[in-house]
Design a protein around this ligand. Structure first.
Ligand code: FE
Ligand code: FE
Ligand code: ZN
Length: 278
């Protein structure tokens, strides 16, 4: 079973997102929990959520991969920026409980000159403040390309964050194909050894989702510019190997490619047609 979908606009509510996903041929999706730039979140309507959960069940959707606003910086140097990140994440995690048992993905942050050790510490500290034993949502750290002062540029940095989080069972990792490629992991020629290294450093059991993006830039470029599936430097054969890899089955695969709805529908159909693993 391939769980695949794209980002979907949350502006019309949950049921609308579910219907839009179906229209695209998807059986999972990603959405921003609020404006990606971090504004106030829309009120949750319980009747809307109920209709969505019925649709999700009826169509056997995989786990959803919600995305935190990408402007959050959990390890900023300024206390007020970190406080904003903490408040938004705490509120998002409460909201996520309206749709229990899904994923909430976020960028670990940029240390802005404080050094990655301090960044790792601040991000783990923030997680220790917002994670709650009773939550059903699993929070995912996204693998980053290492542009600027991003932390999460390699598996070791993600592992260092996970090591410092107390509620470990509430945490996982989302692998972004464009980011790891740009970050210096050769998933085109060395997929097996990249997965071995993920397993050795983090543990493959902690890999919960995949962001499937091609990259505009060459290997190890630390750039982070997504390209349409098969039209970038990663290419379709490598993506076919990824979606069919026996160790990656059952994970939600989310497209974050530069597309309109027609483009996503096409990419979803394409990847479905290339998926033959059990
Ligand atoms: Fe992301
Ligand atoms: Fe991503
Ligand atoms: Zn990206």
């Amino acid at each position: 079973m391939l769980y695949i979908g794209s980002h979907i606009s949350a502006s019309k509510g949950y049921e609308a997102m579910g219907k839009q996903a179906l229209k695209l041929g998807a059986n999972t999706f990603a959405f921003f929990t609020r404006n990606p730039r971090g504004g106030k979140a829309k009120e949750i309507d319980p009747a809307d959520v109920e209709k969505f959960l019925a649709l999700k069940e009826a169509h056997s959707f995989g786990k959803l991969v919600a995305h935190a606003p990408y402007t959050l910086n959990a390890c900023a140097a300024k206390e007020e920026i970190r406080r904003f990140a903490r408040e938004v994440m705490a509120d998002d995690l409460l909201r996520m409980e309206a749709t229990p048992g899904n994923y909430y993905n976020f960028h670990p942050g940029s240390h802005v000159g404080q050094g990655s050790e301090t960044g790792i510490d601040l991000t783990a500290g923030l997680l220790n403040e917002v994670l709650k034993p009773e939550q059903t949502t699993v929070v995912l750290l996204e693998t980053m390309s290492g542009k600027g002062s991003e932390i999460g540029r390699n598996f070791e940095e993600l592992r260092a964050i996970l090591d410092r989080v107390k509620l470990k069972e509430k945490m996982g990792v989302c692998l972004d194909t464009c980011h790891v490629w740009d970050g210096g992991y050769d998933i085109v020629h060395e997929l097996e050894s990249v997965l071995d290294s993920f397993d050795a450093v983090i543990g493959l059991e902690h890999l919960k989702a995949i962001h499937m993006n091609d990259s505009m830039n060459p290997f190890d470029s630390h750039k982070d510019r997504h390209e349409k599936i098969g039209e970038g430097q990663i290419g379709l054969p490598a993506m076919e190997r990824i979606i069919n890899h026996p160790k990656l089955q059952g994970l939600p695969v989310i497209l974050e490619t530069p597309n309109d709805d027609a483009g996503w529908a096409k990419e979803i159909a394409l990847l479905k047609s290339l998926h033959h693993a059990q």
